[in-house]
Design a binder for this molecule. Structure first.
Ligand code: ADP
Ligand code: ASP
Ligand code: MG
Length: 862
C-alpha cells in the first residue's frame, strides 16, 4: 500500500471524492461545469466519479437506458436496436465537439469512442442473430456509458488547462455477487489494483476521473454494481482512498422525508445516519443505491448529498450516529447514540411492486427448519426476499418479493414442498399480487412508544388496509404491506401524520348551485385562517354539476373557479370519484350540495372507499331505511366520516345536539319542531285579517318558497326531516310511515301549472281561516310542525295549535325551532334550538362546520 497516498495520518492532506449523477453530466454545458467544480478543488487528491450521461432536457436519450434497450431489442431480434446506437453516437459526438476544443484531444476521444461503438455493433449483431443475450454480456455492454463520460471529463479538464487522468474502474474494483442480489467488494484485491494503477498512471496534482457503476469479477469478467450503482462506486473509492469527504451530486437538494416527486410537502433532511440512509434506500428511496453508505461507514467518512443544480443548498449530511448493521464490520465499534434533537421518523420510502407470499400449514408448527427450507428454495430460484413477517403461531410464514420474481418463487416453493402439500402438512402457498411496501425509517423510533400507533392510525384514518407488518429488530424501521392501489394514499397519509404540521384534505364538491357556490366562497374566505390557526389545508380538487365537471391536480383557485368550471369537461361521476380518490392528500372529502337521489346513491361507494362524505342533501338519510343503515354502519365500522348536519335546520346544531344527548346517556322522548323556513314564514305572517293565499303569493314573490310552492306546502320536506331525526333516535321508520297533513287543498294537487294553482288557491282560504279563528278563540296560534314521538315509535307532520306564550308561537320570520324532550330535559323545560334554518349562507355554514368536524377527527387541533 502506498503510504504517502492513503495512510490516515494527520497532516497528510485531504482527499475528496465527488460523484456526479446522470443528470449532472447530462449535457456538454453540465459536464463543463462538473469539470470546473473539480478543478477548483485543491486538495491532495480529487476524484470525480461519474455516471453515464443522463438528460438535460426531458425526452432526450439516457445513455444507460439506451444500452439496456438496445440489448433487449437485439435479443428479441428487433433490428431497430440500431436506432439506439445512433442516439448514443449523436449524443457523445456532439458533446465532445462542444467540449474538446483541442483537436488532438477530440480526435483521440472520438477514435476510442468509435472503436468501442463498433465493437458494440458487432456484439449486438451477434446477439441479434443468436436471439438471446446473457447477464455477463449485458453487464459488459451497459457499462460503456460510464467509460465514455469519465474519459470525456478527463479530456475536458485538460482542454480547460487542468491536469486529469481517468480510471476504468474495471481495472480496479473486484466484486462478487452477494446473497441479497447486490455485490460485495473485495477490498484487498481492489486496494492492490489501485496501488498498481497509482504507481503506473497517477500524475501529480491531476484530477482523477473514475467510471462509476462498473467493476469486474475475481475472474476478470466485466460486471456492474447494479442500477443506480454510481453512488456505491463513489463510497467504495472513498473508502479505498480514505477520503475526508464524499459528495454525491444529484438533482435534488438532499435526502427528503419522502420522494419529493410524489409527496408535495416532503422536507429536505439536514442530516441522517448511515443506517437511516441505508434503510431508506433499501426500502425504495432511489436517491441512493442501498449499499452506498456501507463503505463510508467502514471508515466513518462523512457523505454529503447535494444538488448540483442548487449549489447554494447545504444538502444532507450522512454520518455516523448509530451502530453498524449486523454483519458489517468497521473500525468504529458500536455506537448507540440516539439523536434526540431529530425527528422521530426521518423518512418514508416505498417499494411499489411486490408480491406477498404466504406459506401456510399446521404441519409447520414446531417443525424445525421449515423457514430455512422456504428461504433456501426462494434463494435458489434467484429471488430476493425484501421483507419477512412471521406469525408467532408458526402457522404461516409470510414474505415479500419483487413482483417480477413472484412466479419463480412460488414455483420453487411448490416444488420444494410437493410432498408436504400432498400430505396436507402445508395447506397452501398463496401469492398475493399487486402489493406495495411502505417503510418508516428513523433511529429515534427506537424505544419511543407510540410510533407504530401513529403509523397505523394514520393508515386507518385514510381507509388503507394493512396486509402485513414487519419491524426490524433494530427498531429503525417499521414496514407495512398494503394493496398497490392504496400506496399513494398511504404514503401521503403517513407522511402527513409524521411530517406535516398541516392536515391536508382534498375536497370534491358535487352541485355547485346556490349552497355549493356559497360554500366555496366561505371556504375561500377562511382558507388562510384555517391554515394558520388550525393547521388545516383544504384543497378543492374537483367540482361537478350534472353536466359539467372541473378536475384539477392541485387546488382549484377559489377566486376564479367559476370561469374554469364554465369551460370544464363533460360530467362523469366515475371520473370525479377516481380523481378525488387519487388526489394527493392523505384524506379526501366529498361534499354533496345537490338535492339529487342519484348522487346520494353514490355515498355507499364513496364511504366504502374511504372518502368522507359531508352533505345537506336529505335524500340518502330519508330514503330507504336499509340504505341509511348501511351508510351508518360503514361509518361506525371504519374511520370514515359521514356528516349531514345541514339536512335538518341548515346550520343549526340539531343533529349534533341529538347525537350528543344520546351519546351522553340521555333518553330522547320527543322531538317537535318547526322545520320549514318557508312554512315558518307563512304562519308567522298569517295574522287575523290576512289571507293565506296572499301570504303564499308574497312568499313566492320574495323567493322564500320553492318555484312551485306546493313543494313546501305539501309537507314532504318536513316529513323527510322528521324521518331523518326519527332514525337518528333509533326508530326504524320509512318516509312513507310518516303521515303528512298537506296544506295543498286536495283538488289542487294534480294541477299542472303553478300559475293555475296560485289562481285557484284563494278559493280555499276559508279552510285555514276557520282553523285559525278556532285557535285564536282558545288563545292559541297555528304552527306547521314535525313531530318525532320516540316513545310510540312514530313520526308525523301536522298543523298544530300552541298557546300564545309557547316558544313556537313566538317565532319570527323564517326561523326554525326544535324542542327536545328527554329524560333530563323534561316537558317542563325542554332543550330548545332556535334560529334561521334556511338559506344558502346558513346551510353552507352548516356544511362547512361538518367539513371542519372531519378535520378535527383527523387530527387537526380543536
Ligand atoms: P442520480 O442520477 O443523480 O443518481 P437519481 O435519479 O438516481 O439521480 O436519484 C435522485 C432522485 O431520487 C430524485 O430526483 C428523487 O426524485 C428521487 N428520490 C426518491 N426518494 C427520495 C428521497 N427520499 N429523497 C430525495 N430524493 C428521492
Ligand atoms: N448509469 C447507471 C444507471 O443508470 C448508474 C448510475 O447512474 O448510478 O443505473
Ligand atoms: Mg442514482
Amino acid at each position: 500500500m502506498d503510504a504517502s497516498r492513503r495512510a490516515v495520518t494527520d497532516g497528510d492532506g485531504e482527499r475528496f471524492g465527488d460523484r456526479f449523477g446522470g443528470t449532472c453530466v447530462g449535457s456538454a454545458e453540465r459536464i463543463g461545469g462538473v469539470c470546473e467544480l473539480l478543478m477548483k478543488n485543491d486538495s491532495k487528491l480529487t476524484m470525480g466519479i461519474v455516471s453515464a450521461m443522463g438528460v438535460a432536457v426531458k425526452g432526450e436519450p439516457k445513455v444507460t437506458d439506451c444500452l439496456i434497450n438496445a440489448t433487449e431489442m437485439a435479443s428479441k431480434r428487433d433490428e431497430t436496436y440500431a436506432v439506439e446506437l445512433t442516439k448514443l453516437e449523436d449524443k457523445h459526438v456532439s458533446t465532445a465537439k462542444a467540449l474538446l476544443t483541442d483537436k488532438a484531444e477530440y480526435d483521440a476521444y472520438i477514435a476510442a469512442f468509435n472503436e468501442e461503438l463498433n465493437d458494440l455493433r458487432a456484439m449486438f449483431k451477434a446477439i441479434y442473430i443468436a436471439g438471446c443475450s446473457t447477464d455477463a454480456f449485458g453487464d459488459f455492454v451497459v457499462g460503456h456509458g460510464e467509460l465514455w463520460t469519465a474519459r470525456l471529463c478527463a479530456a475536458t479538464i485538460r482542454c480547460k488547462g487542468g491536469k486529469a487522468v481517468w480510471i476504468d474502474a474495471r481495472d480496479i474494483l473486484v466484486v462478487t455477487d452477494s446473497e441479497d442480489g447486490g455485490v460485495d467488494v473485495d477490498y484487498s484485491l481492489s486496494n492492490a489494483n489501485l496501488d498498481k494503477w497509482y504507481d503506473e498512471h497517477m500524475q501529480e496534482g491531476a484530477v482523477v476521473m473514475v467510471t462509476g457503476f462498473i467493476a469486474r469479477t475475481p475472474e476478470g469478467v466485466p460486471t456492474t454494481l447494479k442500477r443506480n450503482g454510481s453512488d456505491y462506486s463513489a463510497t467504495i473509492f472513498g473508502a479505498l482512498t480514505q477520503a475526508k469527504n464524499i459528495t454525491i451530486w444529484t438533482d435534488v437538494d438532499g435526502v427528503f422525508s419522502a420522494d419529493p416527486r410524489r409527496v408535495k410537502g416532503a422536507k429536505c433532511l439536514s442530516s441522517i445516519s448511515y443506517n437511516e440512509a441505508w434503510e431508506l434506500a433499501y426500502f425504495g428511496a432511489n436517491v441512493l443505491h442501498p449499499r452506498t453508505t456501507l463503505p463510508a461507514m467502514k471508515y466513518n467518512i462523512p457523505v454529503t448529498l447535494r444538488n448540483y443544480f442548487n449549489q447554494a443548498a447545504p444538502g444532507t449530511s450522512i454520518g455516523m450516529t448509530c451502530s453498524l448493521p449486523a454483519g458489517v464490520e468497521g473500525n468504529v465499534g458500536k455506537f448507540e447514540t440516539r439523536d434526540m434533537s431529530g425527528e422521530l421518523v426521518k423518512g418514508i420510502a416505498t417499494i411499489d411492486d411486490v408480491c406477498l407470499i404466504n406459506v401456510e400449514g399446521t404441519g409447520m408448527v414446531g417443525v424445525p427448519g421449515t423457514a430455512n427450507a422456504v428461504f433456501k428454495a426462494v434463494k435458489e430460484a434467484g429471488c430476493n426476499v425484501v421483507m419477512i413477517s412471521q406469525a408467532s403461531s408458526e402457522h404461516s410464514i409470510c414474505f415479500a418479493v419483487r413482483s417480477y420474481e413472484a412466479d419463480a418463487a412460488v414455483a420453487a416453493l411448490n416444488k420444494t414442498f410437493e410432498k408436504a402439500i400432498a400430505a396436507g402438512r402445508i395447506s397452501r402457498i398463496l401469492p398475493l399480487k399487486d402489493c406495495s411496501i411502505l417503510a418508516i425509517v428513523g433511529q429515534n423510533m427506537c424505544q419511543t412508544p407510540g410510533v407504530s400507533a401513529m403509523l397505523f392510525e394514520s393508515l386507518a384514518q385514510s381507509a388503507v388496509n394493512v396486509v402485513a407488518i414487519a419491524q426490524g429488530a433494530s427498531e429503525y424501521n417499521i414496514t407495512v404491506v398494503v394493496a398497490k392501489k392504496d400506496i399513494n394514499k398511504a404514503l401521503q397519509a403517513v407522511h402527513g401524520r409524521f411530517y406535516l404540521s398541516k392536515t391536508a384534505i382534498s375536497v370534491g364538491l358535487v352541485g355547485p348551485g346556490l349552497v355549493g357556490k356559497t360554500l366555496l366562497r366561505q371556504m375561500k374566505e377562511q382558507l388562510e385562517t384555517l391554515q394558520e390557526e388550525f393547521a388545516v389545508e383544504l384543497r378543492v380538487v374537483a367540482i361537478t354539476g350534472g353536466r359539467k365537471m372541473l378536475l384539477s391536480d392541485g387546488a382549484i383557485d377559489l377566486n376564479s373557479w367559476e370561469d374554469e368550471y364554465a369551460s370544464g369537461v363533460q360530467a362523469n361521476m366515475d371520473d370525479f370519484t377516481k380523481h378525488v380518490l387519487e388526489s394527493e392528500a392523505p384524506n379526501q372529502i366529498i361534499v354533496d350540495c345537490s338535492a339529487s337521489d342519484v348522487v346520494a346513491g353514490h355515498y355507499k361507494e364513496w364511504l366504502s372507499n374511504g372518502l368522507h362524505v359531508v352533505t345537506p342533501n336529505k335524500k340518502a338519510n330519508s330514503g330507504p331505511l336499509a340504505y341509511y343503515k348501511e351508510l351508518r354502519s360503514i361509518q361506525r365500522n371504519s374511520y370514515t366520516h359521514y356528516f349531514y348536519e345541514g339536512t335538518v335546520g341548515a346550520g343549526l346544531p340539531i343533529i349534533a345536539t341529538l347525537q350528543s344527548l344520546r351519546n351522553s346517556g340521555d333518553k330522547v322522548e320527543r322531538i317537535e319542531g318547526i322545520f320549514s323556513g318557508t312554512l315558518s314564514y307563512i304562519f308567522n305572517t298569517l295574522e287575523p285579517g290576512k289571507k293565506f293565499s296572499d301570504i303564499v303569493a308574497q312568499a313566492k314573490e320574495a323567493g322564500y318558497t320553492e318555484p312551485d310552492p306546493r313543494d313546501d306546502l305539501s309537507g314532504m320536506d318536513v316529513a323527510r326531516k322528521v324521518t331523518i331525526l326519527a332514525r337518528e333516535c333509533g326508530l326504524n321508520i320509512e318516509l312513507s310511515d310518516v303521515p303528512i297533513q298537506s296544506l295543498v287543498p286536495e283538488p289542487l294537487r294534480d294541477i299542472e301549472s303553478v300559475d293555475e294553482f296560485m289562481k285557484e288557491l284563494p278559493k280555499y282560504d276559508g279552510d285555514i281561516l276557520s282553523k285559525q279563528e278556532e285557535a285564536a278563540a282558545a288563545g292559541e296560534v297555528l304552527c306547521f310542525v314535525g313531530v318525532v314521538d320516540v316513545k310510540n315509535g312514530t313520526g308525523s307532520v301536522e298543523l298544530r295549535r300552541y298557546p300564545a306564550d309557547h316558544p313556537f308561537a313566538q317565532l319570527k320570520g323564517s326561523d326554525n325551532i326544535v324542542s327536545f324532550t328527554t329524560k333530563y330535559y323534561t316537558s317542563a323545560g325542554p332543550l330548545v334550538v332556535r334560529g334561521p334554518g334556511a338559506g344558502a349562507e346558513v346551510t353552507a355554514g352548516g356544511v362547512f362546520g361538518d367539513i371542519l368536524r372531519v378535520c378535527a377527527y383527523l387530527g387537526a387541533p380543536s
